[in-house]
Design a protein around this ligand. Structure first.
Ligand code: ADP
Length: 500
């Protein structure tokens, strides 16, 4: 009887592998960084070969570390950086262009053209997304445009497109399986989230032949088997989800109204909306959470550009602290911010404002303002921005979550988490084990082969989370939030037209 599940977490800067035992505990972790290429300002590319090799090394490494053989692994789960685009030759399996990474802006001209054609509304109603170069569709178009002969080869059925999940499945199965699932497919700009199929209208608008696209399967269930050559034995790949959706699943946000926020460089907030795919009027996107047993479930998603990176700014830019961790005690060394509000709109504002011209602003400074006040106000700004997005989610879905589940590096800051609970007026819950992204993929995979029968089997075994309960009186909460909104107004539209 196999006793383990292997989760592969293919991220933007590193490929990780984590081995889970039957109780859901992490037995071993292996991780390899890989190179980032920046061919022009705003462009980011990866070598698909290096992604594959680093992921394979991590998978082999973690089995070796734990002294576990392939036969002891019930299933592989894959979670991955979303939207990143690979196009390869169907016959040889060789990429025809570097992978274009999600942050890369190289297809923004193609987005302009789509907008000029008035396609924004079609895209939104079919995909739940905005026309933006983040999503895969225009990246595929870019590759077909710049690689000589690629369009003709695509039309002859000779090329394949995949997000990173598809690319890894292709390599692990030695080209036998060409598949994805809806949490990844829903980030391509080509997937109709309502009927769950590749959308002929959008394929046509982008000139992408249907034959390039992988089969879309359930997020949990067998995709195929990793070839015995790679890990010393065949192992079924049985669970796949994009990183944010995997974290949502790993946090146990599996029914409507359950929400999670990942506090990393920026923040990614997702709220499960169940079988409803609410159209956002408040500056969010609608995405597929996963497809289980043929049933699509959805989530609203909002991203905040600057969160943990504002803490890095306190450390590296201002030299206020020696480490991110020290901000907790420094913030607590003063009773409040003494009227100071920091709006960290360093690169504009994301959801729900979408203001490229906004810039970072500190208001309310007096002669008495100290680094402690500014540090405290910076941490608070992360919580206020989260409330902005939570408010938009409530507006779009009519659901007001009772709990916010948190993960990511900056959620280790207790001051921030308590302030988050206070400013939202709801419980903030931090799991004992923060590897929720990998946990999500492992769970999907374990369920996909019947290694676990039900999610609740795992819930019963997880260590108790840390809860932060709101203690701030409501009038104070609302008055502080109004002050924040006034400060946001001061930060908006700062950069003059043409200079964004
Ligand atoms: P990413 O995956 O985006 O690289 P991580 O989840 O690893 O991010 O989190 C790292 C971010 O969290 C950094 O921006 C760092 O400044 C911030 N961070 C880490 N620890 C703390 C802390 N104790 N308090 C506040 N911020 C923190």
């Amino acid at each position: 009887m196999a006793g383990f599940v292997l989760a592969l977490d293919q991220g933007t800067t590193s490929s990780r592998a984590l081995l889970f035992d039957a109780s859901g505990a992490i037995v071993a972790v292996e991780q390899f960084e890989f190179s980032q290429s920046f061919p022009k300002p705003g462009w980011v590319e990866h070598d698909p070969e290096e992604i594959w090799q680093s992921q394979l090394r991590a998978a082999r490494g973690v089995l070796e570390k734990a002294n576990v053989k392939a036969g002891d692994v019930a299933a592989i789960g894959i979670t991955n950086q979303r939207e990143t685009t690979v196009v390869w030759d169907r016959k040889t399996g060789q990429p025809i262009h570097p992978a274009i990474v999600w942050q890369s802006r190289q297809s923004s001209g193609i987005c302009e053209t789509l907008r000029a054609k008035g396609l924004e509304e079609e895209v939104r109603s079919r995909t739940g997304l905005l026309i933006d170069s983040y999503f895969s569709g225009t990246k595929i178009r870019f590759i077909l445009d710049v690689v000589p002969g690629a369009q003709a080869r695509a039309e002859a059925g000779e090329l394949c497109f995949g997000t990173i999940d598809t690319w890894l499945i292709h390599r692990f199965t030695k080209g036998r399986v060409f598949a994805t699932e809806p949490s990844n497919a829903s980030r391509t700009l080509l997937f109709n989230i309502h009927d769950g199929t590749w959308d002929p209208f959008l394929l046509d608008a982008l000139g992408i032949p249907r034959s390039m696209l992988p089969e879309v399967k359930d997020s949990s269930g067998v995709f195929g088997e990793a070839d015995p050559e790679w890990l010393g034995g065949a192992i079924p790949i049985a669970g796949v989800a994009g990183d944010q959706q995997s974290a949502l699943f790993g946090q146990g946000c599996v029914s409507p109204g359950l929400a999670k926020n990942t506090y990393g460089t920026g923040c990614f907030l997702l709220m499960n909306t169940g079988r409803e795919a609410p159209r956002s009027e408040a500056g969010l996107i609608t995405t597929v959470a996963w497809r289980l047993g043929g049933r699509l479930e959805y989530a609203l998603e909002g991203s905040i550009f600057v969160a943990g990176s504002a803490v890095q700014w306190l450390r590296d830019g201002l030299g206020f602290v020696g480490s991110a961790r020290e901000t907790d005690a420094l913030a607590r060394s003063v009773p409040d911010t003494d009227g100071v509000v920091v709006v960290p709109a360093f690169v504009g504002l994301g959801a729900p404002y979408w203001d490229e011209a906004a810039r970072g602003t500190i208001v309310g400074i007096t002669r008495g303002t100290s680094r402690a006040h500014i540090t405290r106000a910076t941490l608070e700004s992360i919580a206020y921005q989260t409330r902005d997005v939570m408010g938009a989610m409530a507006q779009d879905s009519g659901i007001e979550p009772a709990v916010l589940h948190v993960d990511g590096g900056a959620c280790e800051n207790d001051f921030l988490m308590q302030f988050q609970a206070d400013i939202l007026g709801i419980t903030v819950e931090r799991p004992a084990v923060l590897e929720v992204t990998a946990m999500g993929a492992a769970t999907l995979a374990g369920l996909g082969v019947g290694f676990w029968r039900d999610r609740s089997e795992l819930d019963a075994r997880v260590e108790a989370p840390t809860s932060f309960e709101p203690t701030m009186p409501e009038d104070e909460r609302e008055s502080r939030y109004r002050t924040w909104l006034r400060a946001v107004e001061r930060s908006r539209g700062w950069v003059e037209e043409g200079a964004v």
